[in-house]
Design a protein around this ligand. Structure first.
Ligand SMILES: [Zn+2]
Ligand SMILES: [Zn+2]
Length: 214
């Protein structure tokens, strides 16, 4: 699943300097009037005060101040933008942040097939499909309703160990040979293992689960 993290919250403020004082050129009002124009607009980034900054020299981690750090920064930036929009020298104030996306399964950065070229793919690949890991690809396809298993396929032969099988969740047509019930007179148990924390599959591949099409 695509996870999103947002940080580096900021308010981008575009100024329209009209008077010398707007640019800090003060003390010359008796002598000066307007800036000679046209002046190109100036955009500056206003950074919100850090959530964890309690006072000068006193800071704690942001997540100690809020359970919703992103939301808190967004609200803080919205307030800054609303306040600054009322100023005569401000042309525009918009809230911005930097987004990073990663895969909840493998932890790699989230990348997708932009058009169906490059990356790992097969005849079922469509634009928008993740490329990082089998889990993400399988999840995307089930969300999209893409049926990748040919009719009658109950399992896949392990690509490296021909005597072993993988279930329909853990075998994929692009690397393992599909098997039907006829190929498996004695049945079979999925040998998929994925790290010690998640344990192993061990599913009997001939038992079709409720709701799953055979
Ligand atoms: Zn992944
Ligand atoms: Zn399995």
């Amino acid at each position: 699943m695509k996870e999103t993290h947002r940080d580096e919250w900021r308010v981008m403020v575009t100024l329209k300097p009209r008077y010398p004082a707007d640019l800090g050129l003060t003390g010359i009002d008796d002598l000066a009037e307007f800036l000679a124009g046209p002046t190109p607009p100036i955009t500056v980034a206003v950074l919100p005060r850090r959530l964890g900054k309690l006072s000068a020299g006193m800071s704690v981690p942001d997540n100690m101040m809020s359970r919703d750090v992103e939301g808190a920064y967004r609200r803080r930036c919205d307030e800054i933008a609303a306040e600054l929009r009322n100023r005569p020298q401000v042309a525009e104030a918009t809230v911005a942040c930097t987004e990073t996306h990663w895969c909840s399964h493998c932890g790699l950065g989230w990348e997708v097939l932009v058009d169906v070229q490059g990356g790992r793919q097969d005849e079922f690949s469509i634009a928008g499909e993740p490329v990082c890991c089998d889990k993400a690809i399988a999840e995307f396809r089930s969300e999209q309703g893409i049926e990748v298993h040919a009719e009658g396929v109950v399992a896949y032969r392990h690509p490296d160990r021909p005597g072993e099988v993988l279930c329909r969740e853990h075998g994929y047509p692009w690397f393992a040979q599909p098997l039907t019930a006829d190929d498996l007179p004695d049945g079979g148990v999925c040998v998929y293992k994925h790290g010690s924390l998640l344990g192993e599959c061990g599913r009997d591949v001939l038992i079709v689960e409720a709701g799953e099409r055979a």
